[in-house]
Design a protein around this ligand. Sequence first.
Ligand SMILES: [Zn+2]
Length: 455
Amino acid sequence: MKYTCWGAAKQVTGSMHLLELESGYTILVDCGIDYEDKSNKEINANFSFEAKDVDVLILTHAHIDHSGNIPNLVKQGFKGEIICTEPTAYLLEKLWVDSVNIQNNSSKRKKAVKLYGFHEVKKANEQILTLGFYKDFKLNNDVSFSFYEAGHIIGAASVRLEIKEGNTTKVIGFTGDLGNPGAKLIVEAKPMPDLYVLITETTYGNRKHREQRSAEEVLIEHVTKTCIDQEGRLIIPAFSVGRTQSVLFTLKKLFNEGKLPPIRVFADSPLALASSNIHNKFAHYLNDEAIAASKNDRNLFDFKSLHLVEDESDLEDMEMHRDSCIIVSSAGMLEGGRIQHHISDHVQNPLCTILIAGFCSPGTLGAQLLEGRSSIRIKGNDKYVFAKILQTDVFSAHPDVDALNTYFESSNNANLKNIFFVHGEEAAMFDLRDTLSPDLGSKVVVPGRGDVWEL
Ligand SMILES: [Zn+2]
């Protein structure tokens, strides 16, 4: 069989992996939007293979850099099933609609190519088939697969394919995005057994999570320093799916236990609200702490001082509010979304703290702030940076170098031929390889975009 990495090769976004079997059967794992390759404006518009030749699409999780180009694949002739877990399917419905709205707004400002519309989103939704974890699904007589918990966001899966060609059966594993062991809400990643080839994410291949404290301790410190000691604003940019819920769940716990006074919290992202509802609906997919909490309270993310910003009047309320508060808003890397409004309004406010709670790709506004720039350009204006810019990795949704090593050791076996590193920056991949045992390190391959590998 042939494996081609058509996205997230030596970069983090645009995951897309094609497996072409000797029989001609073709499997695509993930079909995400590329936010990084600025050299090719058409990178998301055109596929490097025929969409109609793909027999099945297996989706690891809902994040748009893994799922966002699926409606375009459908538009270009893909007629097969899109197989994912049930929480992923619910999230997709919301994320794809949001993606169309963003594309419509950007294309009005002539900033981006429009990839698809609501019609393609509807068609893609009709092609979805959901599958639980650890259930064997036969694609045909020679190919079956199952989902393993990846521990990254709710419903996130690794894909373990068993492929029979001639007299041999090979097990190919795609990690999708893995989780950070011990993360809020989310279960731990389960390695896949008996692998012949592992294709793995390496986002934090050269980083160690530095924060030794719990999420509760970190939030107590930042809320106290910003909102209690100096009556300022704590702005937490957070992806709508996953991080927003982890932050709200932790704040709720701290308020309920009386560890923080009930400071007003604005959750400013309609998508995050929908995502929270999906987390509540599928709470049984979450970790033990969240399941236990959901037995007492069916809404894991709601509390008295929480204000959801749903319409214009909520927005006005928020803008009129001049006392201390916490604002949780998307998107995480500060590229687009409602967070831009808050950053633009408060980046010159020395009483404001912007707490960046995750990975920011190079070039994004989040990365610029973390570099310590004295001014940034936002919403067409140059603004000085007087707000305090801080970072925490306590809410990280990816494993660090140590956790990746542990995962790879658990995945290793005498039959494991290769580990393909994808979904990471190239330098991080080589640094990660150097931390592995000689046996594992000798199996590492770093594919370029479009390179074809015989497995
Ligand atoms: Zn992800």
